[in-house]
Design a protein around this ligand. Sequence first.
Ligand code: SAM
Length: 284
Amino acid sequence: MTDAAFDPHSLPPLRDVIAQHGLAARKALGQNFLLDLNLTGRIARSAGDLTGVTVVEVGPGPGGLTRALVASNAKAVIAIERDQRFIAALQDLVDAANGRLTIIEADALDVDPVDIAPAPRAIAANLPYNVATPLLIGWLKRITEYVSLTLMFQKEVADRLVARPGTKAYGRLSVITQWCADARVQFNLPPRAFTPPPKVESAVVHLTPRANPEPAEWAAMEAVTAAAFGQRRKMLRQSLKSLGNAEALLAEAGLTPTARAEEIDVPGFAALARAHAAGVGKRA
Ligand code: SAM
């Protein structure tokens, strides 16, 4: 522990914080809280060694995971919360953290963590599921700016992040994620682990920047995966027509025209993206 003075168990139980501040969960903000400090400690440990790292947390809520992050070796924690009710409720934790915790009231979709946290930086969050995917895509675009991302998703999304070619879950999100990051599911959690319980299972995913990502441009990668998976049952020579001369594009990328999107691996999509960005097959 960086700060021997911080003891997360010295604070009132999270249930008391919720009762005292009248923090009824709001479904529209994806509020499903983790009140078991053993569990939040496990998520914080999944982030790996945080020594010297500034951790950005999205959606601290009543502060269960925040307590675990402050208790870790992290240099500092910056938590972004959209629901104003939690700002006052988190004040005891801010005081106990001796300057290592800052709360920012904002919509995380409007904040780039790179702008608010010095390097080395990481993100750890039990994400609000309604905005989890757009948040992840934004962070992946700048993944090399992070040591790691440790994120709770609904399990169905976690499965897509790590899905391999040829499986039902394999899609755009799998390709884009695995192109720029190494993604690993750490553990699953049942609905009853949360208060109130969500309808779905959840999973913690740990993502780190890939050492040698296939060269390709982000916009081109988005364009080819959108076209290919937009009609995932069709052969690529058909589904890629929206990008121009599909046969020329596929020949340049060294791919079989009769293949379908779900059979193409990340290097295959990167080759397609490079061909597309180079203007191959584009109609005048
Ligand atoms: N971290 C807490 C925990 O584990 O118990 C709460 C997690 S809860 C699943 C999601 C949190 O994100 C809620 O506190 C919610 O208010 C907050 N939130 C929802 N949408 C947000 C947004 N766009 N920006 C920032 N916080 C948001």
